[in-house]
Design a protein. Sequence first.
Length: 202
Amino acid sequence: MLLHRFARIGMIVCIIIFTASAHAIVIRHDRPDARYIELARSFKAYGDVVEAGSTLIAPRWLLTAAHVVGSAGPSAVQFVLNFGGNETHVLQAQAISRFPTASFPYDDLALIELATPVPSGVTIYPIARSSVGTGVPITLVGYGASGNGNVGVSVGASRSVKRVGMNNLDVVQTTLDSSGRSSSFYLYDFDGATGPGPVAGV
């Protein structure tokens, strides 16, 4: 049953988890931070779990990274939803399902079941079924640390500050080390501006 749940998630999980796994979202030095924060206000189905990101994929289900929840039990995990303002809804987790072979950065997936559904009107992000290749535009969302390309990370993580930016995928590769494991890793750099400017995970 657990594997069946994860199998239904599809290709989009890799983009979501890669973003959630990044230690920081580094923005362009020639764009004000306020523009990234303002754009994030429209992404109401992306909330905070353990000061990292999670995406609402059903009224009571969240997709996040296994390393985000770690070994925590449901009683220690809450979903902070910025719907209509900062930290407006806090929902308790009821169950956590980690992918059986999860080991960062491979198979780094977890599903969180909430004890109660999110409020009506909150956007649910559907799971994409198509493959992702180079040149595809992606949207990155996160509560993590930030900074700009000139100075690096200079701002700590905050569950009340969410940033959003866009970029294009430059490389899709299957391995990061010599462990023999494989997955899909999406790499990107600072390139042509989209919206308030592209961002890059560090």
